[in-house]
Design a protein around this ligand. Structure first.
Ligand code: ATP
Length: 513
């Protein structure tokens, strides 16, 4: 079967049409960069979270989970550096009045040059066929070399400007590259300014002295401020981790690319506390673990790559992203950071509490170092959803749209169809539904032709469908149809359960990790 990947616009409309993701508050024309998950979206999202949670907390004896509050004492954000430094460089186009992240304008420009290189490679690959040696081509082709050196020089200047917070240099770079506003097409830019991304609000009734608090921009700080409580009550010894899934809020400057960049989103973060000096070893360990976890979703390895940070955040001594090939190119999916002892030391200073760990082996107390893994639930949802959605040309010349989700993440694991709405078939089909619904998420569908019902389930990613027909009345067997191969076989209830158990349960995916 010939499959083609689907563009972002179609991904967005498919997500809406089938009840995965809706624009938030749509009846009032929506709210930019905020989305609601529909009846199928919430099932997929919950399974993504369950898989992450189980692989982190259940499979690692030395990782425990918490669920901390979104509202935190305001000093938290002073200590973490967010009040002073959680900002993006912002630039406005004077003609369109549109606002952009200055660094993203430059990165998009770089991406276009990368696209040119990729085109050369695809062309050469076609021309040379099997004999094509990509690394050699990259090192020798003059056009690729020229473009690569252009990219290197732009990235060097960008990272210098960002590191030094030299916003004049950043603007100069945008002007020299003649980057224009995608909306107005003009190069009429304001100066670059800092813009803090935290939302604030007030806690308490105004009359009795309310104070400003922030909606958390990351879940990590909820882990740091609970380090002492968890260490004392969990009896964990270093190295150990604390995991959390929860909402985070950022007043992002640019709101585009669907659920890739939202103002309200969810993160799955894990902070791993280690002895000072051991952090780089653990950083490498978690890099590998997390990459393996992404590969376990079953998409081709070529969809993922590491990107080491050139500009390290103020708290990090090593950092990388796992990037994914989204419909708009490779972008950050997950961040892995070696955060040193920055956060705990700073909270120790601001709170006056002792946030040290005692190491019985060396008889020493110290502030642990931290390795963080941080992935956005919504970005992961987009990665999985957009990669799974395929337009397929079938051997008989017809086409179908199929959502080839990993079976253990599909909103419904099984669809149950009576062949016709008479002769006792719906009743028999119901008995299958009642028998199976405790172990598997099932959907019952008796409307339209079987062909149409298959297409409907293909479009929402249901890996298996069973049809109950007249023969079923005698032999109690059903026709099992596989979403990906479209093959059908006759199975008994026991055989069906066995097949489902090995294909759709998170447990089986966890064993493969
Ligand atoms: P970016 O550079 O894309 O803004 P970031 O480096 O600021 O991301 P982190 O602070 O490292 O992101 O956050 C960890 C993870 O949280 C990211 O890898 C991403 O998956 C997710 N994330 C961050 N910001 C958003 C957002 N606005 N919408 C959705 N997910 C987000």
């Amino acid at each position: 079967m010939e499959s083609t990947r689907i563009d972002l616009k179609t991904v967005v409309s498919h997500a809406k049409e089938y009840g995965f993701v809706f624009p938030a508050t749509e009846i009032y024309d929506g709210l930019s960069a905020v989305y609601d998950y529909g009846q199928l979206g919430v099932l997929l999202k919950n399974k993504i979270k369950a898989y992450w949670w189980a692989s982190m907390v259940q499979l690692h004896e030395n990782v425990v989970g918490i669920d901390s509050a979104i509202f935190m004492h305001p000093t938290t954000w002073k200590a973490s550096g967010h009040v002073d430094a959680f900002s993006d460089p912002l630039i406005d186009n004077k003609d369109s009045k549109k606002r952009y992240r200055a660094d993203v304008l430059v990165e998009d420009y770089v991406q276009k040059i990368e696209g040119k290189i990729q085109k050369e490679i695809t062309k050469a690959n076609k021309r040379f066929g099997e004999a094509f040696d990509e690394p050699q081509f990259r090192q020798t082709n003059p056009r690729v070399l020229a473009n690569q050196s252009k990219i290197d020089s732009i990235q060097e200047r960008l990272s210098q400007a960002l590191n030094k917070e030299d916003y004049q240099a950043l603007k100069q770079l945008i002007e020299e590259l003649e980057i224009s506003c995608p909306v107005s097409g003009s190069k009429n830019w304001t100066d670059v300014r800092q813009f803090n991304l935290m939302f604030d609000t007030e806690i308490g009734a105004l009359a009795d002295g309310s104070s400003k608090i922030y909606l958390r921009p990351e879940t990590a700080q909820g882990i740091f401020v609970n380090f002492l409580n968890v260490q004392k009550t969990s009896r964990q010894k270093l190295p150990f981790g604390i995991a959390q899934i929860g909402k985070a809020f950022r007043n992002e400057i640019i709101a585009r690319q669907f659920i890739f960049r939202m103002r309200e989103f969810e993160q799955m973060e894990m902070q791993f506390f280690v002895k000072p000096g051991e952090e780089i070893g653990w950083y490498e360990y978690w890099k590998e673990q997390r990459f393996k976890w992404h590969l376990s979703l079953g998409f081709e390895a070529s969809n993922y790559r590491f990107h080491d940070h050139i500009k390290l955040a103020h708290y990090a001594n090593a950092a990388c992203d796992i990037e994914f090939n989204f419909p708009f190119g490779f972008k950050e999916l997950e961040g892995i950071h070696s955060r040193t002892d920055f956060d705990l030391t700073s909270h120790q200073t601001h709170s006056g509490k002792n946030l040290k760990a005692f190491d019985a082996e060396s008889n020493e107390s110290f502030v642990p170092y931290v390795v963080e893994t941080s992935v956005g639930v919504d970005r992961l949802f987009l990665a999985v959803f957009s990669r799974a959605l395929q337009q397929q040309k079938l051997p008989d010349g017809t086409q179908r749209v199929v959502l080839q989700l990993p079976e253990f993440l599909s909103p419904y694991q099984l669809a149950i169809f009576p062949l016709v709405k008479k002769d006792g078939l719906p009743e028999l089909a119901r008995t299958f539904f009642e028998e199976l619904k405790y172990d598997f998420s099932c959907v019952f569908d008796a409307k339209d032709s079987i062909g149409k019902r298959y297409r409907r389930q293909d479009a929402i990613g249901t890996p298996f469908c069973i049809t109950i027909d007249h023969d079923s009345l005698n032999d109690n067997k059903v026709t099992l149809r596989n979403r990906d191969t479209m093959q059908q076989e006759r199975v008994s209830l026991d055989q069906l359960k066995q097949k489902l158990n090995s294909a759709v349960l998170i447990k089986e995916a966890l064993k493969r990790l």
